[in-house]
Design a protein around this ligand. Structure first.
Ligand SMILES: C[S@@+](CC[C@H](N)C(=O)[O-])C[C@H]1O[C@@H](n2cnc3c(N)ncnc32)[C@H](O)[C@@H]1O
Length: 357
């Protein structure tokens, strides 16, 4: 199997290189309005933002920032196929402006934008971030009533364009090959993810770089799960706010095509320095999935569901008929092409060294 991964250094408010209805899944995390680290970027996208912030006009600045994101969401609507899904990772902001502390509800505003574009919201996911417990309280410390709870979660909004997806790429028996194990389904399709931070973070685990801190990158586990949940082999995943390229990395490991847009050239170059570690990472992920399944099988034998079927490609039993043809892939080889990468994937066989669990 071969996949391509394109990275465009450019502005996602106009996804000019993408035709209408050309991607099956969007997985992304925008800059969060009213989080200070993104003030400068929003002011570059719309100079009015700086004036509004200086004037302490929080509500108006919030709207001006979201107006820039709205333009990207309109492009997302254009390029998604019918039945395609957009997964938006977003956190709310707390901010004091004009002496007034409040929450700016980014997740609600983004959801409103998708609804007004005609998307159907599906149940969303909350995931828990780690926080430093010493800094847990805000406001008046131990004195009621003027203390505020700390935001320790982010949202993954899941919105579908049109009804259920009915068309799939030709050539693979994708839906069955791309199925997930029964116990993965139980862990992934829950609305509260408390286990993300214990999972794989990114290339740095294999490579030791500090690239992620500089762009508010999300853990690799997030796009990897979402891609496995909402797309099949042969699909294309778009990230219009590419950052350090975590979504592309996940798509590479999951065997989907991808395309990303990013304003900052520096992130695109940094990704390139690390891309050669993808074969190792992809093998480690596949191996971990299979090892976890084997552990589940051991536990199920004592106290779990019946394992009435046998996997076609791996020497393990499975719970349902739908899991029988699961085929994991790992990356054999990465080739640089004009505007990105072409990858060769081979069916995974359990010989690659595991990651620490
Ligand atoms: C929250 S970060 C994304 C982090 C990413 N998920 C990761 O794991 O590295 C948002 C990114 O969007 C980029 N960005 C913001 N507005 C953009 C636009 N209009 N077009 C393209 N990229 C944009 C920023 O430069 C930033 O790198």
């Amino acid at each position: 199997m071969e996949t391509t991964h394109r990275v465009v250094t450019g502005d996602a408010r106009e996804l000019t290189s993408l035709p209408d209805e050309s991607v099956e899944l969007v997985v992304t995390s925008p800059p969060y309005p009213l989080i200070e680290m993104w003030d400068e970027l929003f002011a570059r996208l719309d100079p009015k933002v700086e004036e509004l912030l200086e004037a302490g006009a929080g509500r108006e600045a919030f709207e001006a920032m979201h107006a820039q994101l709205d333009r990207v969401w309109a492009e997302v609507e254009r390029v998604l196929v019918d039945g395609g899904i957009a997964c938006i990772n977003v956190g709310d902001a707390t901010r004091t402006l004009d002496d007034s502390f409040r929450v700016y509800s980014n997740h609600a505003r983004v959801l409103e934008a998708f609804e007004s574009l005609g998307f159907d919201p599906l149940p969303d996911i909350l995931w828990r971030k780690p926080t430093n417990s010493a800094a847990k309280f805000m406001g008046s410390g131990m004195l009621p009533p003027n203390a505020y709870v700390t935001l320790e979660h982010e949202y993954i909004l899941v919105c579908r364009k049109g009804g259920d997806r009915r068309s799939f790429p030709p050539g693979y028996d994708e839906r069955y090959e791309a199925a997930y194990f029964w116990e993965e389904r139980n862990r992934w399709f829950t609305d509260l993810w408390t286990d993300v931070m214990g999972e794989l973070q990114s290339l740095e685990e294999v490579d030791g770089s500090d690239l992620r801190e500089r762009s508010a990158a999300y853990p690799l586990e997030i796009p990897y799960r979402l891609i496995a949940m909402y797309s099949v082999y042969g699909d294309t995943v778009l990230d219009p706010f590419w950052g350090t390229g975590t979504t592309t990395l996940a798509a590479m490991c999951a065997g989907r095509h991808s395309v990303g847009y990013e304003l900052e050239e520096a992130f695109v170059s940094l990704f390139d320095e690390h891309v050669d570690t993808v074969p190792k990472l992809s093998g480690a992920i596949a191996r971990r999935r299979l090892e976890r399944h084997r552990r589940f099988v051991e536990e199920a034998a004592r106290d779990g569901p019946d394992l009435d079927y046998r996997s076609t490609h791996y020497d393990v039993p499975v719970v349902t008929q739908m899991e029988r043809d699961i085929q994991l892939y790992d990356v054999d080889c990465v080739t640089r092409i004009d505007d990105g990468y072409r990858l060769e994937h081979a069916p995974y066989t359990p010989a690659t060294p595991a990651l620490e669990d």
